[in-house]
Design a protein around this ligand. Structure first.
Ligand code: ATP
Ligand code: MG
Ligand code: MG
Ligand code: MG
Length: 575
């Protein structure tokens, strides 16, 4: 590619709404252009990166035996009504009507459609296993689209769906995907961690997230530096053997009934005597630091003794709530449109009077039944100030320094960006949609399923969060829009420079190198600034001065100075 033909459109200033490096740099490098909230054009420079991500994903999916197809972006509501998700899913699901007033959705994911295909195509156990995938546009009407491609509303996802005869076979298919994901993320050249994630109603350990490590990540991940233990915070907390921290909570040692706590537990948490009446529950969410960055994204249960009086708030988690999946910040915000930083209070349906030897079904009366995916809270009052940010450490059920559950060391916590997710589904969708196959014994059985996503457009943003400096992006070779940029100096004046640059360009193209020749005749300073911002990893400068010595100047984007490369060896060097 020649720069004069391509679109190189760098900007000095980042947009005012760009809070993180990847958003600023992708915009300044001319890779994306905002069209609306969470909706971006992938400009030519950005699309090249996205295509590289897709190519690696496609190669490894094919290698793992998955079969590519493309399902419609616009999907009839009927299928989504079969699984109940049309009503259950909340406002993240974009619903539209056609001219005949029929309901449709824009796919946020495609379990329904792929299950519909499977129930038509897969008749016999002989056709199993199968894994279908697509690399396609998704739309999720995120409550808070932000950070550019990181949390868009329209984005590209690779979504794959496996179909098997039995739970054992499905788990084997899951493992094949989990391994393929490791190969994919290794090839991207990023630091990442595969962490155990909550598998919700399905149970078991068959859900993992692939998290790119970055301080700006929205997720907290818990790991043990001395072993393989790694989980997202949600999962780590669900498994944490101890109750919540703090004086009041130390007393809670009884084995709880899931979803229920004893009145003594509540009294201990609140530091009140039995016979007190508990009126409200509060959920706290994003706790922000001074810069407005998120310090904690967990959702916590707070108990109020009086009517929403913050002075009477006691913070902690009741033992009966251990193992429950609390709503994520995104889910709750999406539903309520509450301002960041605070959610609450939530009234219990009825005030609870604390009586000895009685269980309180807090989850039952709490309208936010968010231990079930896609289930949302209804009918709640809002609007109070932030809890003290320094409550955060106390709020956590799992903190750095805790013993690792595998007994092999202590836990550390870092932040991550979820770029992939693998999930064993069981028969959740096949049963709802009556997707069966005939077993060897001639009897119909529901298909065993798994689903596997990768955020194709989120991935470049995550890569940048991990790899940038004050001058711009530093792409790993595998993701760079161009691997090599040739920067001839004074190409319009010097026939020698032009000849050398053209010859090297042709040679590199013939060698299959992804090279760009900057033939724009920009001044060296402006030219270098552009490519440092765009983040091309390998740069070769061709000048009269160098040519006199038979040399080009090579500099990797991470190098602080250039090194000389004999002109005759340059092509081999860059290969
Ligand atoms: P998140 O927790 O960030 O909202 P998710 O768990 O809702 O993500 P999945 O349903 O697991 O997302 O989708 C698979 C992958 O799609 C995610 O791992 C992520 O990489 C990507 N993804 C999800 N939502 C978005 C978004 N709004 N913008 C860009 N990529 C996204
Ligand atoms: Mg989400
Ligand atoms: Mg997630
Ligand atoms: Mg996920």
């Amino acid at each position: 590619m020649k720069a004069s033909r391509f679109l190189v459109s760098t900007l000095k200033e980042a947009p005012a709404d760009a809070e993180v490096a990847s958003h600023r740099l992708m915009t300044r490098a001319g890779m994306i252009k905002k069209l609306g909230a969470g909706i971006y054009t992938y400009m030519p420079m950005g699309l090249r990166v996205i295509r590289k991500v897709e190519a690696i994903v496609r190669e490894e999916m094919n290698r793992a035996g998955a079969v590519e197809m493309t399902m419609p972006v616009v999907q009839p509501a009927e299928l989504w009504q079969e699984t109940g998700r049309f009503d259950k899913m909340g406002p993240e699901l974009l619903r539209i009507k056609d001219r005949h007033d029929r309901d449709f959705v824009i796919q946020p994911t495609s379990e329904e459609v792929v299950t519909d295909i499977a129930r038509q195509e897969i008749r016999s156990y002989k056709q199993l296993p199968k894994n279908f995938y697509q690399i396609q546009t998704k739309f999720r009407d995120e409550r808070r689209p932000r950070f550019g491609l990181m949390r868009g509303r329209e984005f590209i996802m690779k979504d794959a769906y496996s179909f098997d005869r039995s739970p054992e076979a499905a788990k084997a298919s899951y493992q094949v995907m989990a391994q393929a994901y490791r190969r994919i993320f290794d090839r991207f050249g990023l630091r990442y961690r595969a962490v155990a994630a909550d598998s919700g109603a399905i149970g078991g350990d068959l859900s993992e997230e692939f998290q790119v490590i970055a301080a700006t990540g929205e997720d907290a991940i818990v790991y043990c530096p001395d072993s393989d233990y790694a989980a997202n915070m949600e999962k780590a907390e669900a498994l944490a053997p101890t109750g919540p921290r703090g004086a009041a909570t130390q007393q809670m040692t009884k084995t709880p009934t899931p979803g229920k706590s004893t009145c003594e537990d509540v009294a201990a948490l609140l530091g009140v005597p039995l016979s007190t009446t508990v009126k409200s529950l509060v959920l706290a969410t994003d706790l922000l630091d001074d810069q407005g960055a998120i310090k904690a994204t967990q959702v916590w249960l707070l108990l109020l003794r009086g009517d929403h009086d913050m002075n009477e708030v006691k913070v902690g988690k009741l033992p009966g709530l251990a193992g429950f999946r609390f709503a994520t910040v995104g889910e709750i915000e999406a539903h309520f449109g509450c301002k960041p930083g605070y959610l609450g209070p939530i009234h219990m349906k009825q005030p609870v009077k604390l009586v000895a030897d009685r269980e309180v079904a807090l989850m039952a009366d709490w309208i936010c039944g968010a231990n079930e995916p896609d289930f949302h809270i209804t009918g709640v009052n809002w609007g109070r100030d932030l809890p003290e940010p320094d409550l955060v450490a106390d709020l956590r059920n799992v903190v750095a320094g805790d013993p690792s559950p595998d007994g092999k060391g202590v836990l550390a916590i870092e932040r991550g960006i979820e770029v992939g997710h693998v999930f064993y589904l069981g028969t959740k969708y096949s049963q709802a949609m009556n997707a069966t196959f005939l077993e060897e014994d001639g009897k119909p059985r529901p298909l065993e399923m798994g689903c596997y996503g990768i955020g194709i457009t989120r991935l470049p943003a995550a890569a940048i969060e991990q790899n940038h400096d004050e001058r711009g992006i530093i792409w790993p070779d595998a993701l760079a829009p161009f691997t090599v940029v040739l920067c001839p100096i004074g190409m319009d004046r010097s026939a020698e420079v032009k000849a050398a640059a053209d010859a090297l360009y042709d040679q590199l193209l013939a060698d299959g190198v992804d090279v760009l020749l900057d033939d724009r005749n920009e001044r060296p300073g402006a030219m270098f600034a552009d490519w440092e911002l765009i983040g091309v990893p390998h740069r070769l400068v061709i000048s009269d001065r160098g040519l006199k010595e038979g040399q080009f100047e090579y500099q990797h984007r991470r190098d602080t100075a250039a090194t000389k490369v004999p002109a005759a060896e340059a092509a081999a060097f860059l290969k």
